[in-house]
Design a protein around this ligand. Structure first.
Ligand SMILES: [Fe+2]
Length: 466
């Protein structure tokens, strides 16, 4: 038995008890085989019982007639010695003969294999049931002295004249014993056949269901994208052919999937490239912010390293830095290049770049992980930033890192309306906003980076800052 988990169209899971095909096959075949074996056993038992009974009746009739034929002359001539000898020899010839009684027409026993019964009137049985009637011989089931017997009665004729009767009795046990033996043999044989049939049914069920189970696993592997392993093909029957065709189909699907993945990857890379170009173009639109995104990325990467980011996380942070101001593509030059003295509507439009950048990144599935970072890079730690007023841990940590690097780079870059601050002054300014605009712990990490990283003092950095 096993449980299968099925999902309906709305995605809600429900469980349903479902016996496997192997169990169904066994459940169908086993009772069938059992019934077949039992039916055959019963039929064989009946046939053999009938044959044993028939054999005994024929034997009894034959022996009874032979005695009747042999006894006629001796009975008529009064040769009792010959009759006794005939009774005794017949009794000795077969151990299952109980007695032979030869009687005259007055029903007096003339000869008997038991001496004490001679000269007596032949008694009527306690009960008698006719078994069969043969020419000149009757077969009856009788009870004498409490014992069940099968008795054959044949008239003794001599020269066409009735001169006596011979009664020959077999013990009923002589029929029942062989029947019991045969039945015991049939039960043993049937049990043996049942065991073989059970094993055969299990093997058959296994041979039929195993390829189906393998196919089912293959379909699951294919559906779940876990890497498909070709299913071994066993035999040239329909299941083998089905397995071969399934393997071919899976290979075709995987090949097509590979092509599609490559196309999708190429498309994503192209889109990422476009976004990079947009980011660089935005920086290039303002000569004072040329290289801004790259410098933000450099500071952020160093902070990420100190925070124990993995290589993958650092790469993630790096890209987020490059993309963080991509929304500025929608800001017209007269606002973007205007600098500090923006009107309220202009400032609102400028602030819109965080949302616009997030919307641009939403267009490429591979860039979705940067959407929230880009949207939140102007949020303040105390919740007074924009666009959503997020606070503390609600702001993605990458966005908080970028906010620090962004502010530092803005302050250390010369603007038309003010000169650049020195790195130390910029750090001092950032410290003033520790706990309000910036996370206290991340501010501490930033200060450590600003003080210990020589790159901020290099000509290369200064060149980038121009
Ligand atoms: Fe920004």
């Amino acid at each position: 038995m096993r449980y299968t988990l099925l999902k309906n169209g709305e995605g809600n899971a429900r469980s349903r008890f479902s016996p496997g095909i192997r169990l169904k096959l066994i459940g169908f075949l086993l009772p069938l085989v059992f019934l077949l074996v039992v039916s055959v056993a019963i039929a064989v038992t009946k046939i053999t019982d009938s044959e044993i009974r028939k054999d005994l009746l024929e034997r009894g009739v034959a022996v009874s007639r032979v005695i009747a034929l042999s006894a006629g002359y001796s009975l008529l001539s009064g040769d009792r010695l010959a009759l006794d000898s005939l009774a005794a020899e017949t009794k000795n010839s077969s151990p299952d003969i109980e007695y032979i009684a030869i009687r005259d027409t007055k029903n007096i026993v003339v000869a008997h294999n038991r001496i004490e019964d001679r000269g007596k009137e032949y008694p009527s049985p306690g009960s008698a049931t006719s078994l069969a009637k043969f020419p000149n011989t009757d077969a009856e089931e009788v009870v004498r002295e409490g014992r069940p017997l099968i008795e054959f009665t044949t008239p003794i004729l001599f020269a066409g004249k009735h001169v006596g009767t011979v009664s020959l009795a077999f013990s009923k046990e002589s029929v029942l014993a062989p029947q019991r033996n045969i039945r015991r043999s049939i039960v043993i044989a049937a049990s043996f056949i049942l065991v073989i049939a059970l094993a055969g049914t299990l093997v058959l069920a296994y041979r039929i269901t195993t390829p189906i189970k393998r196919l089912s696993s293959g379909v699951n592997e294919l559906a779940e994208g876990e890497g498909f392993h070709p299913i071994p093909v066993r035999g040239g029957d329909e299941l083998g052919e089905l397995t071969r065709n399934f393997n071919r189909m899976a290979e075709t699907i995987l090949a097509q999937q590979g092509h599609l993945s490559r196309y999708a990857k190429d498309l994503e890379e192209a889109y990422v490239g476009i976004v990079r170009v947009i980011a660089a173009s935005i920086d290039a639109r303002d000569p004072y912010t040329l290289g801004h995104s790259k410098r933000v990325a450099q500071i952020s990467r160093e902070m990420g390293r100190r925070l124990g980011f993995s290589g993958e996380e650092l790469e993630h942070l790096d890209k987020a830095c490059l993309f963080h101001d991509v929304g500025k593509i929608r800001i017209p030059d007269n606002i973007l290049l205007k600098g500090k003295h923006l009107t309220h509507p202009e400032a609102e439009e400028m602030r819109g770049h965080a949302i616009d950048g997030a919307e641009i990144l939403k267009m490429a599935p591979s860039l979705h992980r940067y959407v929230d970072i880009v949207r939140s890079h102007h949020e303040w730690y105390d919740g007074t930033g924009y666009p959503d007023g997020k606070r503390g841990s609600e702001i993605p940590v990458h966005a908080q890192i970028i906010a620090l690097a962004d502010a530092f780079d803005a302050m250390t870059t010369t603007r038309p309306y003010r000169a650049a601050l020195s790195p130390d002054d910029a750090v001092e300014e950032i410290l003033r906003y520790r706990g309000t605009q910036f996370s206290p712990s991340l501010t501490d990490v930033f200060v450590a980076v600003a003080k210990e990283i020589p790159m901020l003092e290099t000509e290369e950095w200064k060149g980038l800052a121009l």
